[in-house]
Design a protein around this ligand. Structure first.
Ligand code: 4AD
Ligand code: MG
Length: 418
């Protein structure tokens, strides 16, 4: 079969009388495409000028497609003719080793590399599977705003901006808006950018991340944990039965065997039980929140993904419902996996007086939450929801640093970014 493609030269190698080109061809994204050129087919002059093409030069190539199990993707092109459309000079990433800082600053070029091709093809697949899962289970996709007037996850990580002379913020979470939708659509979800002015240089925090959030009316604490299990299981099992997805996960560093072993329902332990496990190893005190070390110790002790449930009310956000039999605890749960926290979710406070009290206690003005309080004043219902960071999910699949899971990472760590 004779085909014509357009693409970019990645590498070239001479082997006897043949010249091998590794090319980046969009039709074969995720793999290089091998092109084999010979002097006897091209003629001396064309063969010599092909030997001079540089990395990122653009070629139109025409040739015969031949099966070759050793070539990436299982086939290669035997070149019949070509045209140089652009000869690239001094490509900044031609050198092999680069610091993470350089790769963030030059991300517009680094995106061309195989790692990022694979990561973003995998990301596309993951997002489409989440969308499919929610549709399958009867949840509606909705589109909440990014510019907001009220904090959802505490004041410390708010990005403030000037909104026509008034203060406004970049959204930390779409949750409060999703709560408004449940009164008409019942079960809703959204995928939006969320922003956190995180000062830490942690390998799993970004200042801008993609937040998948769900919120459902008449859904209680247990049911929202089950929803998370069903949705995550749907995505994971579909990925693991898809040959292309398996290839991308494995080539990015993921462990297919481990991912295959993950089964629902996930283990559940209470915060109190978690403190007991930790107190054998550290001087962790009841009432503290878990950091990376505590999450790691808990995961080592349990050995598989688990929910920690019933946290102290004091360390969770104002909207979390207090336990009926013990108000010092609340209906909140984190899903912890080997990379740490993957989701946070729980049941929401549906009593307006309790909500006002908690908003004040967190140092916010209930006036800024009037519209949110209306949701409790008019037809309040029990409801629950959760949030999952898409980049955390990709970290979980591939064992990569969070900066490799998003095309243009924003974080306090990288003062220079594009
Ligand atoms: O735990 P968080 O802060 O919970 C919420 O925002 C809730 N309002 C969600 C909800 O119930 N609708 O964030 C939820 C998830 C985390 O578990 C984590 O996966 C991710 O969002 N996340 C981050 N991912 C990357 N960088 C950050 N700075 C993140 N902060 C949270
Ligand atoms: Mg959380």
């Amino acid at each position: 079969m004779i085909e014509t493609y357009y693409g970019w030269v990645q590498k070239k190698r001479k082997h006897g009388k043949l010249l091998f080109l590794d090319m980046r061809i969009p039709e074969f994204a995720g793999n290089n495409f091998q092109v084999v050129a010979s002097e006897s087919t091209l003629g001396k002059e064309k063969f010599e000028s092909l030997k001079k093409v540089t990395q990122e030069s653009v070629l139109k190539i025409n040739g015969e497609i031949v099966e070759n199990p050793r070539a990436p993707g299982g086939k290669e092109m035997h070149l019949l003719e070509y045209e140089i459309l652009n000869l690239c000079k001094n490509y900044p990433l031609a050198k092999k080793e680069h610091s993470p800082e350089t790769l963030v600053k030059l991300r517009h070029l680094a995106l061309r590399g195989l790692t990022y091709q694979r990561m973003f093809l995998l990301r596309e697949k993951v997002v489409s599977l989440f969308r499919e899962a929610f549709r399958e289970f009867g949840w509606h996709e909705v589109f909440p705003p990014i510019l907001t007037q009220s904090a959802c996850e505490g004041g410390a990580t708010l990005f403030e901006l000037n909104y026509f002379g008034k203060k406004a913020y970049l959204s930390q979470s779409a949750q409060l808006y999703l709560e408004a939708f449940i009164f008409s659509l019942g079960k809703v979800w959204s995928l939006t950018p969320s922003f956190r002015a995180e000062k830490s240089r942690s390998p799993k925090h970004l200042a801008e991340f993609w937040h998948l959030e769900a919120e459902g009316a008449f859904i209680d604490f247990d049911q929202i944990l089950e929803t998370q299990e069903k949705v995550i299981d749907y995505v994971l099992s579909n990925l693991l039965t898809d040959e292309k997805a398996r290839f991308m996960i494995e080539s990015l560093g993921g462990n297919l065997e481990y991912l295959n072993s993950i089964k629902i329902p996930f283990e559940r332990i209470t915060y109190d039980e978690a403190v007991k496990i930790l107190s054998k190893k550290t001087n962790f005190q009841w009432g503290e929140d878990f950091g990376r070390d505590e999450e790691r110790m808990l995961f080592e002790s349990i050995g598989k993904p688990f929910f920690v449930t019933h946290y102290p009310t004091e360390i969770k956000a104002f909207y979390v419902k207090q336990c009926i039999d013990n108000p010092s605890l609340c209906y909140s749960a984190d899903l912890i996996v080997d990379i740490g926290e993957l989701t946070t979710g729980g049941q929401r406070e549906d009593d307006v007086a309790k909500l006002v009290h908690r908003i004040k206690k967190e140092g916010f003005d209930p006036k800024d939450y009037e519209w949110y309080l209306d949701l409790r004043k008019y037809g309040s219902v029990p409801h629950s929801g959760f949030g999952l960071g898409i980049e955390r999910f990709l970290m979980w699949l591939t064992n990569r640093h969070i900066r490799d899971t998003i095309p243009f990472p924003r974080s306090a760590r990288y003062s220079e970014f594009i």
